[in-house]
Design a binder for this molecule. Structure first.
Ligand SMILES: [Zn+2]
Length: 338
């Protein structure tokens, strides 16, 4: 412990240097920590209490089962009380006001709040993989693309600890949809695709979908669909929207790079610049309806819509967001004749 020097203000932490992901170093500043007391829950206590998640089970990629309350990341006391808990209190207060409150949060706050949960899940998966008894089907640690994205994500994510301004960019794509009450039966839901840093969380009628290291590109590409979806939607329509985001994130072909500007004496915050390499290449790989159909199949599992029906017209996969004329469709029941 003695060799550890606390990081100066406005200095970023690099856990990728020496791969210091563990329960022995604070996830935000690298300060040595003592588990289990120096930890914070991945899903905040207010969230677990509100949705009765403490003992609910999560299946990890290696098929092991953990409870929500056991998903924790290492966090020193300073970062917990100065950074993580204030953020959670801020979001909890917004969530008390429902979708209006959550939509009223600024992009950076939302990015950091979602980012903390995503980080916690990803690191839990990585540390589980390091366990010699775990045998993951698709080892994350061997996924080079994931690591580039994860590194890109971690730069703007440090705004959780370091006062930071994003210069002319948003680090991720964020969508907040509203579920119509009539057939909405699930108060809390969480799913993710770690490989593309994409995930979704549902808090009552608010469904938040995020792609965390795309520099806002997916949101830009989906701006029309998002505009059309900015109204109460049937859950089957929200699932379709999610399938589109997850698939677009999968097709994304670029990883942004972020660079902190040099800090001058007297600076109160760090300014971060974004750079996208390879702008000459394609930003997205080509859209393939067959693969998109698989994404729909997965998201529509609850409604058991077969792939044949989804791809009956291979040129135009099944949609509930739009009608036959391409206009936003109003849907109150599914199946419609029920
Ligand atoms: Zn810390």
């Amino acid at each position: 412990m003695s060799e550890f020097q606390p990081l100066p203000a406005l200095t970023l932490y690099d856990p990728f240097d020496g791969m210091r992901f563990s329960y022995q170093h604070c996830f935000l500043c690298g300060m040595p920590t003592r588990p289990p007391q120096d930890t914070v829950p991945v899903f905040a206590d207010w969230l677990m209490t509100r949705y009765h998640l403490h003992e609910r089970q999560v299946k990890l990629l290696d098929m092991s089962i953990v409870q929500y309350q056991d998903l924790r990341i290492a966090c020193c006391e300073h970062c917990r009380t100065h950074h993580v808990e204030p953020l959670e209190a801020h979001v909890a207060a917004a969530a008390d006001r429902g979708i209006t409150g959550l939509r009223g949060l600024d992009d950076q706050t939302m990015f950091l709040w979602l980012g903390k949960m995503f980080y916690g899940i990803l690191v839990t998966e990585l540390l589980t993989e390091l366990d010699p008894l775990a045998r993951p089907q698709y080892p994350l640690a061997e996924n080079a693309q994931l690591f580039r994205r994860f590194q890109a994500f971690f730069q703007p994510f440090q705004a959780l600890r370091v006062p930071m301004e994003y210069e002319d960019f948003v680090p991720g794509s964020l969508f907040i949809l509203e579920a119509e009450a009539q057939e909405d039966t699930i108060p809390f839901e969480y799913d993710d695709d770690l490989g593309t840093l994409t995930f979704s969380i549902k808090l009552d009628n608010t469904v938040i979908i995020a792609c965390l290291a795309d520099n806002g590109i997916v949101r830009q590409a989906m701006r029309r669909v998002y505009q059309d979806a900015y109204r109460p939607l049937h859950p089957v329509q929200i699932a379709e929207f999610k399938a589109r985001v997850y698939y677009a994130a999968y097709l994304l072909n670029v990883v942004p790079n972020y660079f902190p500007r040099l800090v001058k004496p007297g600076d109160q915050e760090l300014v971060m610049d974004a750079l996208i390499d390879d702008v000459t290449g394609d930003i997205f790989n080509p859209w393939e309806n067959n693969t998109y159909g698989q994404s729909l199949l997965e998201m529509w599992k609850r409604w058991q819509i077969p792939l044949e029906e989804i791809l009956r017209n291979p040129a135009e996969p099944l949609t509930f967001l739009y009608d036959a004329d391409g206009q936003p469709r109003v849907l109150h029941n599914y199946p419609e004749n029920s």
